[in-house]
Design a protein around this ligand. Structure first.
Ligand SMILES: Nc1nc2c(ncn2[C@@H]2O[C@H](COP(=O)(O)OP(=O)(O)O)[C@@H](O)[C@H]2O)c(=O)[nH]1
Ligand SMILES: [Mg+2]
Length: 458
């Protein structure tokens, strides 16, 4: 990736396709000069206030043809995303027009930006660290409101600050240990018991961060919710109803669904991967048999189960087998077909599955589906402690783990009664991991990996 900051870069920053408006963005030392060549202000005599929308026209500066009307907004380096001159040109959201604006900008001296290059510049110019850059991309790509919330906080520096505190504590500890070593005749600044306390506390904090990665993954990838039940109880109808579209095939005949189908739904901002599968019980076809086997495996790994029962029929041994088989999983009992005359002995089912939440619904009429969704959220989402940081990237997790290992190593050396010099050395080895985490230690490979995942124009 080209990293010369002398060049001015340009790209369309809004998504591909037709839209109400589209934005072309420039960043670099010539951003304003180039923008003024291709965009002429309607009232140039009024000057160009910073961070204000100024009306004008997109112009071909050679043919003098006016191509569109829109707004130009200038951000001086002190207030821009990249810490360079940035200009946004807001036009009508037509891909041909926006591409033409980019072509004109390039003819006037700009270069097409690489994916993520605006954010890369914000990092290279010291406005954000690497953790924040990753968070910006996470925010853009967030599929759920919970993930967006976390990414926004991290973009604002919450995780970076947490890491900075760890670093300060380590540096302070090192300074105290080293001063004590330097002046062995004086009263030591810190004794072994105090060193041990500081290390233990740091290791505890880092351990919580490492553990949060599991939660982070659930957020990033969504929760898998499998729909289980005997054949013909209405699983596919429920699946379609929750999805609000006719995705799975529904027929009155048992064994209609042979494989499993997975679709995403958003429940109150939380991403859920809903899986419809073959009904449990006697398979009438080899494909159905295989479907049942795969379904069992999937259900075993799911974050939650919806066990569907046909309330208009008598409960059967298969229902009880199923409940027993998945007794250990988080689940909700869904008594379906509540629009028909109730026949099932509900209490008997509830007794066999103590503690499980339940709800009466009709997948056909939609009765209680809102309530079911609410219960799915309450029962299946990991309980995020609001103030806790959550790690969303393996890169970060690996580095935090290595940091923790170094400190544990220091603690072990201390416990073995080795000299404080060796302890200090072990602790000092933790520092590079922090530098890599925040991007203070720059690795071209890591930069390429991170920024190539961005969109062009960000
Ligand atoms: N009356 C009524 N019929 C339903 C309801 N849900 C599903 N059905 C019917 O039950 C039959 C089997 O449904 P389906 O979704 O294919 O069941 P699956 O085998 O569990 O996937 C179909 O004829 C559906 O129309 C419901 O809530 N009420
Ligand atoms: Mg089905």
């Amino acid at each position: 990736m080209n990293q010369t900051l002398e060049e001015t870069i340009i790209a369309v920053s809004t998504p591909a396709g037709h839209g109400g408006i589209g934005i072309v963005r420039l960043s670099g030392p010539e951003a304003l000069t180039i923008a003024r060549k291709i965009f002429s202000l309607k009232e140039p005599e009024q000057g160009l206030p910073t961070q204000k929308m100024c009306f004008g026209y997109l112009m071909d500066d050679v043919s003098q043809e006016t191509l569109d009307a829109g707004y130009l907004c200038y951000f001086p380096p002190s207030h821009s995303y990249t810490r360079e001159e940035v200009v946004e040109i807001h036009l009508h959201g037509s891909p041909v027009l926006l591409n033409e604006a980019v072509r004109l900008g390039i003819r006037a001296g700009a270069r097409l930006a690489h994916p993520g290059e605006f954010t890369l510049r914000a990092y290279l110019n010291g406005r954000i660290d690497i953790i924040q850059a990753e968070a910006i991309n996470d925010l853009i790509r967030a599929c759920s409101l919970d993930q967006a919330r976390i990414s926004f906080k991290q973009m604002e520096g919450s995780l970076s600050r947490k890491i900075a505190v760890v670093r300060e504590k380590i540096v302070e500890l090192l300074t105290l240990v080293e001063t004590s070593l330097e002046f062995p005749d004086e009263e030591p600044e810190i004794n072994s018991a105090q060193i041990r306390d500081v290390l233990r506390e740091l290791i505890g904090d880092l351990d919580n961060l490492v553990k949060s990665y599991e939660q982070g993954r659930a957020l990033l990838e969504g929760l898998t919710v499998a729909i289980l039940g005997k054949t013909n109880v209405g699983k596919s109808t429920l699946f379609n109803a929750l999805l609000e579209e006719e995705r799975a095939i529904v027929t009155p005949y048992p064994g209609t669904t042979r494989d499993f189908i997975r679709e995403n739904i958003l429940v109150d901002g939380v991403l859920m991967k809903l899986v419809d599968m073959a009904g449990f019980g006697q398979a009438s076809h080899p494909a159905e048999k295989e479907g049942i086997a795969r379904g069992q495996q999937l259900a075993e790994k799911a974050d939650g189960l919806l066990v569907v029962l046909d309330a208009s029929r008598e409960e059967s041994s298969e229902d009880f087998l199923l409940l027993k088989r998945f007794g250990h999983k988080k689940k909700l009992l869904v008594f379906n077909k509540s629009d028909l005359k109730p026949v099932i002995n509900r209490q008997k089912i509830l007794d066999s599955s103590p503690g499980a939440g339940w709800v009466e619904v009709s997948a056909l009429t939609g009765k209680n589906l809102g309530r079911l969704k609410k219960m799915m959220l309450e029962t299946f989402s990991p309980q995020l402690e609001k103030q806790e940081e959550v790690i969303l990237h393996q890169r970060q997790k690996v580095l935090v783990e290595s940091l923790k290992n170094n400190l544990e190593n220091g603690l072990r050396i201390l416990d073995e009664g080795a000299g404080e010099e060796l302890v200090a050395e072990a602790i000092r080895e933790a520092l590079p991991a922090i530098g890599q985490l925040t991007g203070e230690i720059r690795s071209q490979e890591i930069l390429n990996q991170i920024f190539s995942r961005f969109c062009i124009g960000k």
